[in-house]
Every structure is written in structure tokens, then in C-alpha cells.
Design a protein around this ligand. Structure first.
Ligand code: SAH
Length: 294
């Protein structure tokens, strides 16, 4: 990452604002919901091994909208079962939003929530320090591996917690998405070296393949309307541009050459399609499902 640039993740308030606009302008959550309602139920049906109690961990849960949809599908498949749900999320604001959401849902009596306001690696340290031996039935990390230093080690640790028939669900942008293309071109300029940031499911699948590990995967088609990014000074466009580049105040801190290059790339046919005056960015995601380590 160019030394004059600051990473968006260092400013939680701006990050959350950008993320909100991203959700409004993209079909991100809709495509996750489609996956959760159409594909995930069969996977959830296979976990648990007939137990009356399930352990779940959500890593980087955000405000919990997606987590609660997964819990509801799980409950449909295992109506008699109680659930311990560890929420691992470093943002206090998001943990609070999640708690509010839970308080508004009347039908979550079967779930016991444990709030861990911490990062994935802090949670790993805590788990090891406490010598916790319980096995976990379902772990999900949706759109969060960008924020860890070593995605492979993170996947390995969480996979090691799975019990019999346990599943680990990873969702990230697909290597074939506009994001993948943007990062292949501008990795050195944009990506924060302290974290993995520019990781796609292509990278995750490469290391799984190199270890001969089997997995299931599903492509989740999604789009993002980035038209406002091309109107200089547009507040929402600037927030979206920060989200796309993961750079804080990108327009005002990037060099004119980098800014022009990124804007050109964003509307390039490899990243976006233009129709009816709109620029629609390829936001395709991919889900990877891993079993317990053999
Ligand atoms: N899973 C949610 C939120 C994705 S946004 C969804 O799909 O809607 C990524 C989330 O990861 C944010 O809430 C952010 O606060 C959290 N996060 C950032 N760094 C993290 C880390 N090191 N470990 C765990 N979560 C992290």
C-alpha cells in the first residue's frame, strides 16, 4: 500500500458508513440470503450428529443480520436443539447493533449468545489460554478473512475446532469478481500489508488444493451499482470509493494518477458492465465449505 495512504479499517466510524452504502448499493445481502435459504439448509441438516445441543461460532458477524438468518434455517432443520452461539466481532458498534437485533426477535429462546468483542486472533488466544476443549458444529466467517494477517492460519485454527460432522463456511469475493481484477492490478498500491485485505476465494482454494484438502464451493452472483463513484465530490460516491479501495478518503489522499487509474479500471469491462447510464460492478461472492480435519 502506498505509504501516503491510510487504511479504511483504521477508522471504524467511516468504515461502518462506507459499508452501509455498499449494502444499499449492492445485492450483497440478497445474494447471501439466497444462498442461506437455498443451499445452506442441506448443509445445516447434516451437522450435529443427532445431538440435542449445538455449538456455533460466528467470526466477523457485523450487525448479525446474516447470522440470524442462518440461525433460523438451522432451527428449521433442528427444531428441538438448543444452541450456544459465540459471536466474535471486534467492533463495539456492530456488537451493539447485533444485540439490538436479537432483542427485537421474539423467537430466539433456543439460542444462548456469548459476545466476544475481539478479533479472530484474540479469540484464538482466548480459546487456547482457557484450554477450551468443546467441539464446534458450525463455524462461519462471512466477508471477514480480509481483516486477518494470515487467512490460512485462521482457517486452520477454526477448522481444528470442528467436531464430528462439523462444517466451516467461508464466504469471500470470488477471484473472478471485479474485486479480484482490481486487486490483481492494484495490489501494491491499495492493499494494506498488515492484513491480507486482497484475499479472494481463488487464494483460499489454491492453498486448500495445494494441501489436497477437499471442499464444496458455490458461486453467488452479486452486483454493485458504483455509478456515483464517477461524480467527483458526491458524498456517497466517495464513501463507496473508500469501500472499494479500502483506503480512507481515497479521492483526497491518492495521487491523481492512482485515482484516475482506479476509476478507469472500475468501469473496465473486466470489472463492470455499463447499461442505462449505470455502472454495475461485478460483486460475485463464493462460498467454500470445509469439513472437520481428518
Ligand atoms: N459478516 C457480516 C459482516 C461483514 S463485514 C456480513 O456479511 O454482513 C466484516 C466484519 O468483520 C466487520 O463487522 C468487522 O468489524 C469485522 N472484523 C474486522 N476485523 C476483524 C478481525 N480481525 N477478526 C474478526 N472480525 C473482524
Amino acid at each position: 500500500m502506498a505509504s501516503s495512504l491510510r487504511s479504511l479499517v483504521n477508522d471504524d466510524s467511516r468504515y461502518q458508513k462506507s459499508f452501509q452504502i455498499f449494502l444499499e448499493r449492492s445485492s450483497e445481502h440478497q445474494c447471501l440470503r439466497d444462498f442461506i435459504h437455498n443451499k445452506l439448509p442441506a448443509i445445516l441438516a447434516s451437522i450435529g450428529d443427532g445431538k440435542s445441543h449445538l455449538n456455533i461460532i460466528g467470526v466477523g458477524s457485523g450487525a448479525g443480520e446474516i447470522d440470524l438468518e442462518m440461525l433460523s434455517e438451522l432451527h428449521k432443520k433442528h427444531p428441538e436443539v438448543t444452541v450456544d452461539n459465540e459471536v466474535v466481532e471486534p467492533s463495539c458498534q456492530q456488537i451493539n447493533n447485533y444485540k439490538v437485533l436479537v432483542s427485537q426477535k421474539p423467537d430466539l429462546d433456543y439460542v444462548n449468545f456469548h459476545w466476544n468483542t475481539m478479533t479472530a486472533s484474540e479469540f484464538e488466544e482466548h480459546w487456547k489460554a482457557e484450554k477450551i476443549t468443546k467441539k464446534v458444529d458450525f463455524i462461519h466467517m462471512i466477508q471477514m478473512l480480509y481483516y486477518v494477517k494470515d487467512p490460512e492460519a485462521t482457517v486452520r485454527f477454526f477448522q481444528s475446532l470442528l467436531g464430528k460432522n462439523g462444517k466451516l463456511l467461508i464466504i469471500l469475493v470470488s477471484g473472478e469478481s471485479g474485486w479480484g481484477r482490481l486487486w490483481r492490478t492494484y495490489k501494491t498500491e491499495l492493499c494494506n500489508p498488515e492484513i491480507s485485505q486482497c484475499v479472494t476465494t481463488g487464494d483460499i482454494k489454491s492453498f486448500l488444493d495445494s494441501k489436497g484438502m477437499s471442499y464444496q464451493s458455490f458461486e453467488l452472483p452479486s452486483q454493485m451499482d458504483i455509478t456515483e463513484c464517477f461524480t467527483e465530490g458526491d458524498e456517497k460516491g466517495e464513501l463507496l470509493l473508500d469501500f472499494l479501495t479500502e483506503v480512507l478518503d481515497f479521492s483526497n489522499t491518492a495521487s491523481p494518477e492512482l485515482r484516475a487509474g482506479v476509476l478507469e479500471m472500475l468501469r473496465h469491462p473486466d470489472c463492470s458492465v455499463e447499461s442505462n447510464g449505470k455502472v454495475i460492478f461485478n460483486n460475485n461472492l463464493e462460498a467454500i465449505i470445509l469439513d472437520q480435519l481428518s
